[in-house]
Write a protein that binds this ligand. Structure first.
Ligand code: SAM
Length: 315
């Protein structure tokens, strides 16, 4: 699929639930996946939407939420998605709280890669930021993921001035010891994130760690600029949607847990795929791709134009 600006669209973020077991200060509590028209899709609906995207050229799918590990049928869903012909990679973003028990079953079901969110290593601070989570569970989950055979593990750290800016070296240091990519992400003004006065530019990480040097070559669709240092086992990534937007290389679509296709995270437009199949489903996806905007307007407006908060879209 190619959009109106010549971008090849081959990456789908598929949200599988709006529920979450954490309530991060900058994101908020999960929603309920209530009954009625806004109910979360059944696994079969998500698989048929994803299958139509894959048939149209999507090569990578990342499962997100809400917290995807809260979905009871997550293993069956993964197995069904992994069987889609043409899909090259199936990954997931998780808060890691349930990873110690689920890493091995996720791998066995066919999940290829994991991104794990971890904004602080300090138990009290992490608990305050997430309102209830434990960083020890995340670290235990990462160890379980490695033991289960997951490679190229990625950690997502949202940069939060006044919350974790004194911990950047410690968090990045995980990539000194482990073959992981620790990715620092700028806080986006969306949902509860728009209310929090905590923005910190990604460049701050380079000031905290002057030994870091540019590492490898980022491809056009890669959102992270990568860095490493001699003797480090892994890399540090900077993701700067606010100070250095990467819309020109954006290759993604999003489908929300209630079955709406969002061509751009920060645009208000959503296209319902619910109840569609065959040619109608295919046509709806192509029509939405044709409407993908050139770029978001976070910098000019200071806020997202998305009608939904992050936990109802999937990060
Ligand atoms: N529950 C899973 C998790 O915590 O990774 C997946 C969903 S969560 C919405 C996905 C990612 O979005 C997380 O890494 C989270 O930190 C990030 N996120 C949420 N709100 C954000 C915001 N306002 N700015 C930047 N990143 C945000």
């Amino acid at each position: 699929m190619t959009d109106a600006f010549g971008r090849v669209i081959d990456y789908l973020r598929l949200s599988v639930t709006e529920r979450c077991d954490l309530n991060c200060l900058y994101c908020g509590p999960g929603a309920r996946c209530e009954s009625g028209p806004a109910a979360c899709c059944a696994a079969g609906e998500l698989v048929s939407m994803a299958a139509a995207c894959v048939a149209l050229g999507v090569k990578k799918i990342r499962l997100t939420g809400g917290e995807p590990l809260l979905r009871r049928d997550i293993l069956e869903l993964i197995a069904a998605l992994r069987a889609l012909p043409g899909l090259e990679e199936l990954s997931m973003t998780t808060n890691g709280q349930r990873l110690p028990e689920l890493a091995a079953p996720l791998r066995a079901a066919g999940l290829d890669r994991l991104n794990v969110s971890l904004d602080s290593l300090r138990p009290g601070r992490y608990r305050a930021l997430t309102r209830g989570g434990s960083p020890e569970r995340v670290l235990k989950g990462l160890a379980a993921a490695e033991a289960a055979g997951f490679r190229d593990l990625r950690l997502n750290v949202v940069l939060l001035r006044g919350f974790n800016d004194d911990e950047l070296a410690e968090l990045a240091g995980l990539a000194r010891e482990h073959p992981w990519s620790v990715r620092f992400i700028e806080l986006m003004p969306i949902g509860a994130g728009a209310e929090l006065d905590a923005f910190l530019p990604a460049e701050q990480v380079l000031r905290a760690l002057p030994e870091l040097r540019a590492w490898g070559q980022a491809d056009a669709a890669s959102v992270a600029r990568l860095y490493s240092a001699p003797g480090w086992a892994g890399t540090v990534g900077l993701i700067a949607p606010v100070s250095r937007p990467f819309c020109a290389g954006c290759n993604r679509l999003r489908i929300t847990a209630d079955g709406r296709l969002k061509p751009c995270l920060h645009a208000p437009e959503e296209y319902s795929l619910r109840g569609l199949s065959g040619e109608a489903l295919r046509a709806a996806i192509l029509a939405a791709v044709a409407q993908k905007p050139a770029r978001h307007r976070l910098a000019e407006l200071g806020h997202s134009e998305s009608a939904r908060p992050m936990q109802r879209i999937g990060g």
